[in-house]
Design a binder for this molecule. Structure first.
Ligand SMILES: CC(C)(COP(=O)(O)OP(=O)(O)OC[C@H]1O[C@@H](n2cnc3c(N)ncnc32)[C@H](O)[C@@H]1OP(=O)(O)O)[C@@H](O)C(=O)NCCC(=O)NCCS
Length: 172
């Protein structure tokens, strides 16, 4: 059956969401959702958001957002030159993003990513963040983010960023 991509089907992870059967193909991400995500939310170290379908508590995909900070010299020189000379810069960390295998290849990853970027942009209007950064688990994940114009950091290629200025343009 076709998935319903209404924006209201992404919301904060709650106790009632069914996480046990979630399988994205990476055991560490599955375990995170099962065992850690609720605690992270309660302790306010990460905000997990999940995608579900109406009347079904099964989690089909999720992502987490947290505040973070980067060293300015990690950024590409061209971008650094255009920024104020602060040693450290505020960013939003897209810590994890994963899709259940049963829903793979249908646009759920993109739907989650766009939602995470929109939420990050809205939040940055109140608490500044100059980019969204991600730590890709492997080269496949890296290529997923590059598909959406994320660029690698200078010294750590599996860490990627998309500037908030670029994100703002996406939603103009
Ligand atoms: C990577 C992942 C999130 C993709 O989710 P998905 O729902 O299957 O992807 P979508 O169907 O939304 O794909 C959207 C677009 O991204 C592209 N895409 C998907 N995976 C890609 C990859 N690994 N590399 C490049 N492009 C990719 C698709 O071709 C599609 O492009 P199009 O719209 O131009 O046709 C999913 O496979 C997953 O959860 N993997 C395991 C966990 C993981 O690696 N998470 C990422 C970082 S921690």
């Amino acid at each position: 059956m076709a998935l319903d991509f209404a924006p209201e089907h992404i919301g904060p992870l709650e106790k009632t969401h069914e996480r046990k059967s979630f399988d994205c193909g990476h055991e560490d991400l599955n375990r995170y959702l099962r065992e850690q995500a609720r605690q992270d939310a309660e302790k306010r170290v990460a905000a997990p958001f999940v995608f579900t379908q109406p009347g079904d508590p099964k989690v089909l995909g999720f992502y987490t957002l947290s505040s973070s900070i980067i060293s300015a010299d990690e950024l590409p020189v061209e971008l650094m030159k255009r920024l104020p000379r602060y040693g450290q810069l505020p960013v939003t960390l897209l810590g994890r993003l994963a899709v259940d295998r049963s829903a793979g290849g249908q646009g759920v990853g993109e739907f989650l990513l766009v939602d995470a970027l929109r939420r990050s942009l809205e939040t940055a209007q109140q608490i500044a963040a100059m980019a969204v950064i991600v730590d890709a688990k492997n080269e496949r994940a890296e290529s997923f983010y590059r598909h959406f114009d994320f660029q690698p950091f200078q010294q750590t290629p599996l860490r990627l960023f998309l500037s908030m200025a670029q994100i703002a343009k996406l939603f103009e």
